[in-house]
Design a protein around this ligand. Sequence first.
Ligand code: FES
Ligand SMILES: [Fe+2]
Length: 391
Amino acid sequence: MNSSEAYARPTPTFRSELTRVGRGTPMGELLRRYWHPIGLSSDAGQTPKMVRALGEDLVLFRDRSGRPGLVYPRCAHRGASLLYGRVEERGIRCCYHGWLFNVDGQCLEQPCQPGAHPSAVRQPVYPVEERYGLIFAYMGPGDRRPLLPRYDVLESVPSGEFIEADDSSIGSGGPAIVPCNWLQHFENVMDPLHVPILHGTFSGPQFTDLMNLMPEVRFEASPNAVRSIQLRTLDSGRLHRRITEAVLPTVRAVANPRAQTEGPCSLLGWVLPLDDTSFRIYSAGRVKAPGDLGKIRSHFNGRLWSELTDEEHRRFPGDYEAQVSQGPITFHSEEHLARSDRGVAMLRSLLASQVSAVAGGENPGGVTFEPASEVIKITAGTQIITAAGGR
Ligand code: FES
Ligand SMILES: [Fe+2]
């Protein structure tokens, strides 16, 4: 748009193939080829819990023999919600007529009609697995189910540390459920140039002094998706090299920007689209004491996001304000991508190519079906190097 006359602006549009996540949509089908965290392990308990993921409402529970289950809520009999079901040794029993379903969806009992053959009835379920204190679900076609990935940075845990999970969307700055499209957050992982501006001045300084310096940035394709290499020159003349990675499909590998220490990224975040216009982040990381993960929350003028007044949210905006204010789904047609957005453009184009691959019948990148090949190597982290030491 060359004119600045607001009246003359075209009707805005967004790229639905990259943003919408429902079943049958291009991105929804791509995302359904991967495992996604849909809760903390502790969310799967004896009281059924409604969870939302990729535009679907599902009931999460754990049977009394310890197996987590994720079921379509409407009972296969006549549709009462299994949210009101009773969790038993072998599964969940519907409150209306007592049909009992196990975590695989098999109907085991129909007490209202003795002598019937309950095995003929199946309740729709999604497979789940637990890892890193999270419950992961696979919501795609059964014959394309990959192995649940492992990540090297969470597999080798030094003594004195352990893996902790968090569901409070650390990194978004705001509340656990963030009311905008998931891609607005995920592509922010490939936007390191906003750090000295938003976090260094507007909302902060929130991170270390070093992070307030404008880095020299290079973006490159990585085996996992896209990464950025950020270099900042230290007083000593040496270089601070920070690598952040976006990992297919929605994983953030971003080292804690408040940490003063060097080393590999010890924290991963999964951006879970709840639906087209909201997301949340599940995290897992190596910690030394319980609750450490939740402590890496952003502060604004020394206070937490939830403690700020409306006026302070305007004076000290953070990631939440920047991303949510782009709108429920940002208008891509109104953007002017610049050189600094090269990482965002690369990530979008990679996602678009994966959408096409799935639509064309192929498997997307980053999935694996061969046991022992499911460990994903993360290169994110920080390092001090000499100027000659590999920019
Ligand atoms: S509606 Fe669930 S048992 Fe009848
Ligand atoms: Fe940010």
